[in-house]
Design a protein around this ligand. Structure first.
Ligand code: CMC
Length: 392
């Protein structure tokens, strides 16, 4: 009924109102609940930002402690759940393992799945925050055939994750506080980004009143795509390919400009930012800091700098307002931390989780919320007569 307008990819159509995240794409501004991303990245912590997103306001010290304690007691997976990880092939993509495990959470917590019950929603959100790092670490351990450790709740959120990921029962493993600090900051930068593809997916699935685990699992699958969260891994693959091909950055850029099939400058461009992505500016600094601690400098960082410099002065990129996005430098940091490329997008998911929960909850509490059901413009055949199969 009424006019149906076509807006493929929702370029100009708002799907919702929201009080969570503000972006001015022309000016390169990002704020969570009014706080500039630069201030949060420098002065806050991931759990504090998660609280801010999920509860509207920054926590008091007591509120933050209660929030962290609640998460801390839920880090363990049910023992049956651990056996899932042995069922997947070793070369499975960790994003597929993680999203499957998140779906599986809904089989273990059937008493708390009602999307309309705020208490059940709260405990589901806490469980997700607590268990996703454990699931992510197990997806990695599975991929290298190592035993699955248990979380140790004497560690804080990011340390516990790093310890589960890189620790071994046979070797003492000490988390490098610098690595933990940078990873915590990267999680802050990824924590929300208004109605991006995965968040819109989480909302769309939730709008049918599917439970929070089902909705977040769908979001993880959306995030896995190379045009979205998968770009952080694609950037590294691109840089490695350029190096293998002799390190000729200019000839790669020419292939991009010629729009060779499948050749894009990964980590560049954004639907909303038509300016430098403010997150990319922070990540670039962190990459320089992180990589300066390595014994041998990573030659891929130098290639990334060259690519950025060429692109920022080339008319193809300038006229299309293509700048580095958050994914351009993150992969280099994750690599320096010891993560394999396949894990990069899982790290994005760990960071984005509080945003998904906050957006899903905002939608559920919105009295104007309706099931998401886009319209279409039909371009198929007009009515025609069925022809029996022996007459075709
Ligand atoms: N390399 C080369 N050309 C590009 C790129 C790129 N990375 N991005 C956009 N363009 C060109 C595109 O070909 C088009 O040119 P023309 O006008 O001649 O047809 C023009 O710029 C506009 O691009 P678009 O594809 O209409 O833009 P979009 O808003 O639909 O897509 C995007 C946004 C992020 C999917 C796209 O820029 C892209 O594919 N970038 C590479 C993948 C990437 O880095 N994704 C991460 C996004 S940020 C965080 C996240 O979501 O994970």
């Amino acid at each position: 009924t009424g006019f149906v307008t076509l807006d493929q990819g929702f370029v100009n159509t708002a799907s919702t109102t929201s009080t969570i995240t503000y972006i001015d794409g022309d000016a390169g501004i990002l704020r969570y609940r009014g706080y500039p991303i630069e201030q949060l990245a420098e002065r806050s912590s991931f759990l504090e930002v998660s609280y801010l997103l999920m509860h509207d306001e920054l926590p008091t010290p007591q509120q933050l402690k209660d929030f962290a304690d609640k998460i801390r007691v839920h880090t363990l997976l049910q023992e049956e759940m651990r056996t899932f990880f042995s069922g997947f092939p070793r070369d499975a993509h960790p994003m597929a393992v993680v999203s499957s495990a998140v779906t599986a959470l809904s089989t273990f917590y059937q008493d708390a799945l009602d999307p309309l019950d705020p208490e059940q929603v709260e405990i589901s959100g806490i469980r997700l925050m607590a268990k996703l790092p454990t699931i992510a670490a197990y997806a990695y351990k599975k991929s290298i055939g190592h035993p699955l450790p248990y979380p140790d709740n004497s560690f804080d959120y990011v340390e516990n994750f790093l310890r589960m990921t890189f620790g071994l029962p046979t070797v003492q493993y000490d988390v490098d506080p610098k690595v933990a600090k940078i990873l915590d900051m990267l999680f802050i930068l990824h924590a929300d980004h208004e109605q991006n593809c995965s968040t819109s997916t989480v909302r769309l699935v939730g709008s049918a009143q599917a439970n929070l685990f089902a909705s977040v699992s769908a979001g993880i699958n959306a995030l896995s795509g190379p045009l979205h969260g998968g770009a952080n891994a694609a950037v590294l693959e691109m840089l490695e390919q350029i190096r293998k091909d002799g390190g000729d950055v200019n000839s790669f850029v020419t292939r991009v400009k010629n729009k060779e099939k499948g050749v894009k400058l990964m980590g560049f461009g954004h639907r909303v930012y038509k300016n430098y992505d403010p997150r990319a500016a922070i990540v670039k600094k962190a990459a320089q800091e992180m990589l300066s601690t390595l014994d041998r400098p990573d030659p891929l960082l130098e290639l990334a700098f060259q690519l950025e410099e060429i692109a920022l002065s080339d008319d193809y990129f300038v006229s299309r307002k293509l700048y580095p996005n958050v994914d351009f430098y993150t992969g280099l940091i994750y690599k320096a931390m010891g993560f394999p490329t396949k894990m990069f997008t899982v790290l994005f998911a760990l960071g984005r989780l509080p945003g998904w929960i906050a957006q899903w909850t905002e939608m559920m509490n919105d009295p104007a919320n309706k099931i998401g059901r886009p319209r279409q413009l039909y371009t198929g055949s007009p009515e025609r007569e069925f022809v029996a199969i022996d007459k075709r």
